[in-house]
Design a protein around this ligand. Structure first.
Ligand SMILES: O=C(O)CCC(=O)C(=O)O
Length: 288
């Protein structure tokens, strides 16, 4: 696979751990702008409870406006760090105060053919985050678990034969305490999650997803326990798509028969081997 990062230290860390941490990815004025933007664009159909993301909205114009306004800020900064990658979709992830904002360990959708390419997310909180207000957790090194396929409806997680079962506790859970504007850039094969926001304030963060520039994005849709359909999708698909439905306005590449081997939450959580808090130690200079 082609290297993702321009800086070999970033690349080495990314290959080893499945993520890197970039302090000061956003400047204070970016944080202020993106926070104001969330409230100015705010969609009235936004569910507004527990954990919610602007990607859950049914309002296409709203999703496109969110996407564009985030990409304008994120992509020039991403290009300083990352080789030739294109934006797929960007959204705000929001945790309202309360237990319902818990988002347990999971994997994001596959967005490319992961046999050949690496897609990723730049996750950046717009407020300081810690164990109380819904910071990010990652399972360090879990991008090496083996080949999986992920997609909709919901967040299905199919594990190939390369993923030995039963799963053993072998990955360290890293609990990130981060300043606002710090980016966690993670491989889409990396398990991550976030605890509930038990503070009294809303927690805002941003997800920007990317894939290599010359690469076709794919979306996997589950038709039955043993059948997936694969679609070639353009970046705007991720705004247009009516979640939960079979994609209708993109090219189908055909179906893929699989031996049902789905990983449940209990098995995923069984991968955790201990816990460590990351508070910025060993951080890598941002744009060197
Ligand atoms: O914003 C968060 O707390 C986590 C978001 C997340 O894990 C996701 O959108 O996949």
């Amino acid at each position: 696979m082609c290297p993702v990062f321009k800086n070999p230290i970033h690349q080495h860390q990314f290959e080893l751990d499945g993520y890197i941490v970039v302090p000061d990815f956003l400047l204070p004025q970016d944080i202020e702008h993106l926070t104001r933007n969330y409230y100015e664009l705010k969609d009235i159909s936004d569910v507004g409870v527990g954990f919610h993301s602007t990607s859950h909205s049914k309002n296409l114009a709203y999703k496109r406006a969110v996407n564009q306004s985030i990409q304008e800020i994120f992509m020039p900064k991403a290009h300083l760090l990352i080789h030739d990658y294109q934006p797929l979709v960007a959204n705000y992830t929001v945790k309202e105060p309360g237990q319902a904002s818990f988002f347990d360990f999971h994997l994001d959708w596959s967005m490319v053919n992961e046999r050949e390419h690496t897609s990723l997310t730049i996750w950046t909180p717009l407020v300081d985050v810690n164990a109380t207000n819904g910071n990010l957790w990652v399972l360090r090194g879990s991008h090496k678990l083996g080949y999986t396929l992920r997609g909709g409806p919901g967040l299905f997680l199919f594990a190939s034969d390369e993923v030995n079962q039963p799963l053993a506790p072998k990955f360290e859970k890293v609990v990130m305490a981060l300043r606002a504007g710090t980016a966690v850039i993670y491989d889409h094969r990396l398990f991550h999650g976030s605890p509930p926001n038990l503070s009294g304030e809303r927690r805002l963060a941003i997800n920007q997803t990317l894939c290599p520039a010359a690469t076709q994005s794919w979306h996997y849709h589950q038709l039955s326990d043993s059948l997936l359909e694969v679609f070639e999708v353009d970046p705007d698909f991720y705004c247009r798509y009516d979640m939960g439905t079979r994609p209708s306005d993109v090219k189908s590449l055909g179906t893929l028969r699989i031996e049902p081997r789905f990983l449940g939450q209990e098995e995923v959580n069984g991968l955790i081997r201990g816990e460590r808090v990351f508070e910025g130690e060993g951080k890598i200079p941002p744009f060197s």
